[in-house]
Design a protein around this ligand. Structure first.
Ligand SMILES: Cc1cc2nc3c(=O)[nH]c(=O)nc-3n(C[C@H](O)[C@H](O)[C@H](O)COP(=O)(O)OP(=O)(O)OC[C@H]3O[C@@H](n4cnc5c(N)ncnc54)[C@H](O)[C@@H]3O)c2cc1C
Length: 667
């Protein structure tokens, strides 16, 4: 069994990465040309890694299941990307970004990794600007910033509400250059089905061509997993429909530890669920909390009147509104971190103050911002600051310029005009902090297998701060992995090309084909979605925003039973030798059904509350998360032992040398 050696370098935090980089074994340019690297995924992490590795000289094969790398889930990212540039002169620094991230993660992340992330954050912005990413600029031409939750500075760089898309276009252009040079071979519509190990090292993957159904073997000296997060284990989430855990889960089953699977982020500002037949939830970017104020009515009679349509939110007087985040957290107000904001919304809705028919919605209101901006504009233009109609018009123009595409999206989905009436929002599953365990070099517990981006667990602890996922994905892909991978590959320069004609490839391919055959030959009656939905309901009800021992034990039993039923009764139409979307889904849901059980087991084991993991048994009298540092200051890294219930727990103890571990407070 591989040891849980995180390979954290010696020295002070600010020395670690610099010293490590200069001590890393290097591979000569001539040898790089002899080395093949597989990258699974073309989101921001995979695309940036592929482009950089190819630029360095490695031969890269990159895979994605979409028809183009440009369609990776990363394009959904709206709000922005953090970097400690201190352009606003508001006291930001590497240390402050590091501190905010460790605190935001509720002291459950690895100090050294987070410091490195903060250090390289500034390089990312320079790199992306050089690629032509059109970040928003202020009047003077400097890059603009806004604030995200859990911080008191403005360090979020953005490109309207399309930051992920613009960043991905930058990385994709860099990739395309390498595709043109023949240094990257791109495999669109190819799904990784398994990892192949030879002599205990990752040496290749088995893929399925999603268009023809063909099973293929691909070898390499290292395999990099950049396959994103697993929020869709909940069925309903803000993730892209295709996001799945399969690549991560396959490597887990081959020996990669899975870390903190229960650490999930529930985002506070999503469009509420509207009915039973919904298959997707939509995020309203956190950037809206810069200007929007969150509230519910103070009086129960107002709530009832709103629900029956007798009263409009705009008719409720200011003194009858409960701006509960501003009330409970005066220092951070509407910009508390996501876990805190989500729980506060749930608390109000559980108390009966939810404002839609299901009772699961709160208001996000721009009226005050529209007036504030309108008055400012009137002042700038020398117009009448007491003309309410004019002020509203001018204010709406400013809000439209800042958030127009998000407002349009809301109107299209909900059919209400958010410039005129407050938006309704509710928390939804959004991001997974847990993932494949990696060491400081981003290598998993399988030699030669790396995990980057949302697929790994590395930097966000028990709660990720807004705009930090893009930062981590691009840090991993552009600046960390391309250095650290050499350390491992320097021992591999004499290996030569890896043959796919070996018993290990034969065995892995056979397993894949057998599973596909079993699915299409199953005489079941229930669709794949039937099981996915049922799993999602168990996860949301018992492993969602709050968790308790009884519910988690029930979830473990129910998921196991559901999995057994799935294998007996799932119906997958068509054959394995053709385009078959249901078959592709069946494989992904099979993996979710295993992950779900490990998720609940992990949540059961961690009896403390921390970040997004809220155990009802562990809370303060005010209902805040109560950590147990004495017993739980560790990363839970699970080793696969045949089935999720038998997974073995390894603990990576978290040591904080330069940060004082405190109770998290945003009051
Ligand atoms: C609606 C929304 C808005 C967000 N906004 C922000 C934001 O403003 N700022 C921020 O920092 N973060 C944001 N996030 C989070 C952020 O977008 C993601 O964490 C990040 O984009 C993940 O990037 P990634 O490269 O790790 O993975 P992804 O972008 O998910 O890419 C995964 C890749 O892996 C491939 N893949 C997966 N499985 C396989 C397989 N088996 N075989 C082959 N290929 C496979 C896919 O084809 C894809 O190319 C947002 C998330 C959502 C859902």
């Amino acid at each position: 069994m591989a040891k849980l050696d995180s390979k954290i370098p010696q020295g002070s935090l600010s020395e670690k990465w610099t010293n490590h980089k200069s001590n890393i074994n290097l591979v000569s340019p001539a040898n790089k040309r002899m080395i093949d690297v597989i990258v699974v995924g073309t989101g921001l992490a995979g695309a940036s890694a592929s482009a950089t590795l190819a630029e360095l000289g490695y031969n890269v094969k990159t895979f994605c299941f979409q028809d183009s790398p440009r369609r990776a889930h990363s394009i959904a990212a709206q709000g922005g990307i953090n970097a400690a540039k201190n352009y606003q002169g508001d006291g930001d620094s590497t240390h402050r970004l590091f501190y905010d991230t460790v605190k935001g993660g509720d002291y459950r992340s690895r100090e050294s990794n987070v410091y490195r992330l903060a250090e390289v954050s500034t390089n990312i912005i320079d790199q992306c600007v050089a690629q032509g990413v059109p970040f928003a600029r202020d009047y003077g031409g400097l890059l603009d910033n806004r604030s995200f939750g859990g911080v008191l500075v403005s360090r979020t760089f953005y490109a309207k509400g399309q930051t992920g898309q613009q960043l991905l276009l930058g990385a994709y252009s860099a990739m395309n250059r390498q595709i043109g040079r023949g240094k990257i071979k791109m495999y669109n519509r190819h799904e990784m089905m398994d990892l192949v190990l030879v002599d205990g090292k990752a040496r290749g993957i088995i893929t399925r061509n999603l268009v023809s159904g063909e099973i293929e073997r691909h070898s390499a000296h290292v395999v990099v997993i950049a396959s994103g997060g697993y929020g869709n284990v909940f069925f309903l989430s803000t993730n892209a429909m295709g996001s799945n855990v399969s690549a991560s889960w396959k490597i887990h089953k081959r020996g990669a530890h899975f870390a903190n699977p229960c650490f999930t982020q529930i985002h506070p500002t999503c469009i509420p669920v509207s009915g039973e037949h919904q298959s997707k939830l939509t995020l309203m970017s956190e950037s809206l909390r810069n200007d929007g104020r969150i509230w519910v009515p103070k009086k129960m009679e107002d709530v009832k009147a709103i629900r029956t349509g007798q009263l409009q939110p705009t008719e409720i007087a200011e003194e009858d509104r409960d701006y509960y985040l501003e009330r409970r957290y005066p220092a951070f107000g509407n910009l508390v971190p996501r876990d805190v904001a989500s729980r506060a919304a749930k608390e109000r809705c559980d108390a009966g103050y939810g404002v839609n028919k299901t009772g699961e919605a709160v208001y996000l209101d721009f009226a005050a911002a529209i007036t504030r901006y309108g008055k400012e504009q009137a002042h700038v233009k020398g117009l009448d600051e007491n003309d309410a109609v004019l002020i509203k018009k001018l204010g709406q123009e400013v809000v439209r310029a800042k958030y127009g595409n998000l407002f349009q999206m809301y109107e299209k989905i909900v059919d209400q005009d958010p410039y005129e009436t407050p938006m309704m929002i509710y928390p939804a599953v959004h991001y997974t902090m847990g993932g494949v365990w990696v060491d400081y070099n981003l290598m998993t517990s399988i030699p030669g297998c790396y995990a980057i981006g949302e697929a790994n667990f590395s930097d966000h602890g028990a709660n990720r701060l807004g705009a930090s996922a893009l930062m981590q994905g691009l840090a991993d892909g552009y600046f960390v992995l391309p250095y650290t991978i050499g350390d491992y590959l320097s021992d591999d320069i004499r290996t030569g090309p890896i043959s796919t004609d070996s018993p290990e490839f034969d065995a892995a391919e056979k397993e894949v084909k057998d599973q596909l055959k079993a699915f299409v030959n199953n005489e079941g009656t229930n669709s794949v979605d039937y099981y996915h939905k049922k799993l999602g309901k168990i996860m949301w009800d018992k492993c969602g925003m709050s968790r308790n021992e009884k519910g988690l034990k029930e979830a473990i039993k129910e998921i196991k039973a559901l999995r057994e039923d799935f294998y007996k009764n799932v119906n997958v139409p068509g054959t394995a030798d053709e385009f078959n979307e249901q078959l592709a889904k069946a494989g992904r849901v099979a993996d979710f059904l295993e992950l779900g059980e490990l998720f609940a087991k992990d949540a059961l084991e961690r009896t403390e509350s921390c970040g997004g993991h809220f155990r009802e048994e562990s809370q303060t009298p005010e209902g805040e998360a109560l950590r147990d540092d004495k017993n739980f200051t560790f990363v839970s890294a699970w080793e696969y032992k045949g089935e999720p219930s038998k997974a073995q727990l390894h603990k990576e103890v978290l040591k904080y040398e330069e940060i004082e571990v405190k109770t998290r407070s945003y009051k």
